[in-house]
Structures are given as structure tokens and as C-alpha cells.
Design a protein around this ligand. Sequence first.
Ligand SMILES: [Zn+2]
Length: 319
Amino acid sequence: MKSKQIQEVLNKTFRRASAKQRICNVKNCNEQAINSHVLQKNGILNEIAENGHIRISESDFFKTDLFHFKRVGINQAFSFKGFCTVHDKNIFSPIEDFEIDFENYKSQLLFAYRTLLNEKVKKEILLDWYKYQKESRILSGEIDIELIDDLDKQQRVGIKDIEYYQGKIESDLNSNTQNFVFKFKYTKHCEICLASHFTYETTSERKNQIQSTGKDYEILTDIFISFFPIEDGNVLIVGYLKEHKSNCGGFVQSFFDCDEDTLFKKLNDLLLCRSEMWACSESFYTKKIKPREKSINKIFQESASSIYEDRVLDFNMFE
Ligand SMILES: [Zn+2]
């Protein structure tokens, strides 16, 4: 079997999984999901777009050692099929149709909600992709089924975790509870957009936990982070579940108690070691990334295989 033909089937099945129709995530709604933006185009992504394009950090699924900053149109960037037209409009109206009050709990929650659902849909796409690979006659005997089943299992564990957080967010939206703590501040202007959630426990800590207790943490401590420019400054929102305060409260607070240079160094480490997707403007790319793209790609590669996601780098792209 020619490797080129295998590659083509992998590409094709991935495109098919991405293009698949998805159902709205609201309970009991069976309408088709439309493309929603994790970060809205108007007022946020537009702030970093030049000629309608931005740069996003991306790893190639097929050559996972290859990272690059891809130029994409803002219509494609940060979009996912999570909600139907009606629910997308109704639920997110407070951060779409009005000037956003970033200090308002509900606004902060809605940013976290979209981030979370985006990650969920990404995992569902991967599950479909694995399924199509296993169904393919051309790939039969050419792919490592055991590896795919293992990845499948990992994604399902991830989705279960996401659904736990989704339940907490939806309960807040429906009954005015406040399950989360959100911290917010304005910073100097920086042409980077990030909407992500990451696991506070490192792979190394999870390994230790499994070794000492025989099983992984029941629920992982997820931290939500949004960072983006509006007008002449940037907004930083970081949140976590109240019940996780003793785990990660101090860590999150350290982003708000330090001076701005230290904060940007901390963001640098997050962006390069822990964060799956972020975007920057063409100017930021040209000035801060392109001259050092090799070093940055090397850090991404190290991060992908490291079990210490909390590394403190001796590299700072903001300098
Ligand atoms: Zn719906």
C-alpha cells in the first residue's frame, strides 16, 4: 500500500468527520447545529485581523511533530458546530448583542461555555474520524487498531470530564447559581486571542496519583482562560470551579497579583506549554514569532510529549 494513498484516506475521513452535521447541545433540542464562533468576530477577532485573516498555531494531525502558524480567514477560525440557530442566538445574546460587561458573572460564564463546547465538538470529530478509519477497506491492515482504540478511550474520558463542567455551567445558566470563580483584569494591548481550558494537574502528577492510589483523579481540575484585545487594551478572564479552589485558587490568583511583565511571561508559558489553540495578528506573527519560529516550534514539540505541562520556560516571545 502506497503511503500516499493512506494519507489521502486519512485526510478524506478527517474532512468527512469535520463536515458531519451535529445536533444542538441544548438538552432535548434536536435541531442541527450551526457554525458558532468561540470568540465573536465582531469586536474580538476583528481586532487582530488584517485583510480578514489571522494566524493560528496548529499541529498537523498526521505529522504530530510538525507545528506551524497557519494563516486563516476569520470566518473559519475558532468556529465549531455546537448550537442551533435559535439557541446560539438566545444563549449568547448577552455577549453578542450588547456591549460586553466583562465583570459580569454571566458574561464570564458564557465565554467558558463556548470554549468548553468547542473542545467537546473537537473530541466528537476525532471519535468519528477513528470510526471512519476503522471502517475503511483501504486502511484495513494498514493502521494500528489498538492505538486507535486507545485514543478513542482517551477522547471518551475527556468528553465525560467536559460533560461534568457543562452540567455545572448549564445549572448556573438555568438557576442563577454561581458554581465558578472568575477573575478578570485589563492588561496592555497585545494582538493575541486565546479561548481555552486546560487541566491543572500535570501528566506527571496524574501518573503519581495512579501509582499511589491505583486510579486517576475522579474529576480533573480544569481552568478556563480567555485573553483577547478590545480597543486599546486586552481582557484576561480566568475561571475555575469553586469546589476546586483549594487545588488551583492560588495558582490562578498568581496571575492577578503580579506585575505586567511577570503576567505576560506566565501567559507565554501557558501559550507554549499548555494551550491547544490560540491566534495572533499577522503583525504579531511577523514581529515576534517568525524570526524565532524554529525555537517556538521546538518548544511546542517538547510540550506535546512532556509530562510536565507546568514547565517554566527560559524563552519569552513577548520580549
Ligand atoms: Zn438548539
